[in-house]
Design a protein around this ligand. Sequence first.
Ligand code: TXA
Ligand code: MG
Length: 528
Amino acid sequence: MKTLYLKSDDKKSIQTAAEILQNGGLVAIPTETVYGLAANALDSEAVKKIFIAKGRPQDNPLIVHVSSIEEIEPLVEKIDPRAYALAEKYWPGPLTIIMKKSDKIPAEVSAGLDTVAIRMPSHECARAIISASGLPLAAPSANASGRPSPTKAAHVVEDLDGRIDAVVDGGESDVGVESTVVTLCTDPPTLLRPGGITPQQLIDVLGEIEISHAVYEKLKEGEKVQSPGMKYKHYAPKAQVTIIKGSFEQYKKFLLAQRDTVCAVCFEGEGKHFEKYIEYGRESDELSQAHSIFDALREVDAMGCRRAFVRCPVSDGVGLAVYNRLLRSAAFRVIDLDIKIPVIGLTGQTGAGKTSVGAMLKDKGYAIVDTDILARKAVENPEVLGMLAARFGDDIIKNGVLDRRELARRAFADKEGSEALNAITHPEITRLAVEEIHLAEENGARAAVIDAALLFDSCLAALCDKNISVVADENERLERIMKRDSISEEDALLRIKAQPPVEYYIEKADIVINNNAGDDLQNQLARL
Ligand code: TXA
Ligand code: MG
């Protein structure tokens, strides 16, 4: 079908949109939160088309949009007086209220639940279309399911052109994140989705509210949810998104240490430090962040970056909504760079005795973060597994378990293979390392030591305040490797030659520890 493009300031547009809706069609309309994909809420055939156009899961209910308070009466079993109180204060505006539904609401709208979600938008064009059609309009966000919500008509066109009857261009959505969803069907009322109306604003009217744990946390496998929308991967660009907590200095150091070109999604004025960046709003200004976040997430893909690192938004007020959306677009991947204890990187040539140095530091009360162990843990992550299978073949996973030997055989066959393996696993190893450092911090460790053979070939060195290289003469290392791993001199030499020369380790380290027979390690470590 050809999608009609209408401008909201053209008088005829409102009438045309209303007629399409009365005839059971789909129209994307601007609202102050995000664009909505509207259909007649009382016509189940029309509503079914919404699910098809968006590719939306059937069990995710829709919000019904009205243009006056009187319109809600026929839609609900009976009106809760608290709904009037909320409406009086925050309607028209970015608040959705859930109540018990009446029989007029088709099962398609409520996805089989006995409740209905209702909102009165404040965008003039949205209200004009609702009143001109004389219908309550079911409207989810007008994006393809899973994609960032649309805040411009161009975003709707990007996702749904040719799949809907019309789009009405009413300019950029002002708020930029979807409405707050609160249910009055629980006692106390529960905030199911944070949005343009803050938790405090709800408390001002309702007294007490509960905040659904799904706002902050990943749902457990098979958990029953109050708001089905919270269950799905959402708002996600194709690039992998990670939220970074901490100061701008920490963020900058970490991003500049990445091996591939990543996209910095940061605040106004910060972008100039990076090769590829998108700025979303001003630091500590949650309204400006809300306004631009979805547009920024869409831009990430336009830049062609595989990974994006987002500066953590303010998380109260409307900022809670921004944080909640970002958490989902990042599949809950957060790295907190605000580390309070000193972090030391420990690396060295094979056979130089890095492990012995690590053991000595452990005795001094330092927590050891062993990246060999983390590398094994990283490949248990389903997302990492998926990426490995896509790169190295589905058959490296047998009955859900990774065949490590086969992966190693394929990945280490050539340089591209091992680089691809690192590119997939290093980000997860880094995330796990930071998690362990925070754990060490909580457990009262004096400092944390990241033990990593590839310290300088990864972004791990950027997490460290000081880096130590352990080196030893080649003959000495040869003996140690042969003895330790019971291998021939030839094989031991191969391993030694596979690593960079000693100068590499010396040049990049802050502290070099010599570990030949007769060297006093304790004495050298005392310098720490
Ligand atoms: O700002 C908004 O709310 C936008 C604009 C277009 O109005 N609409 C929007 O709709 O965000 P949608 O479908 O993308 O999100 C609706 C959310 C989903 O998380 C859904 O699960 C939840 O509201 N919801 C709808 N009806 C519900 C119900 N009866 N019970 C629980 N959750 C419900
Ligand atoms: Mg949505």
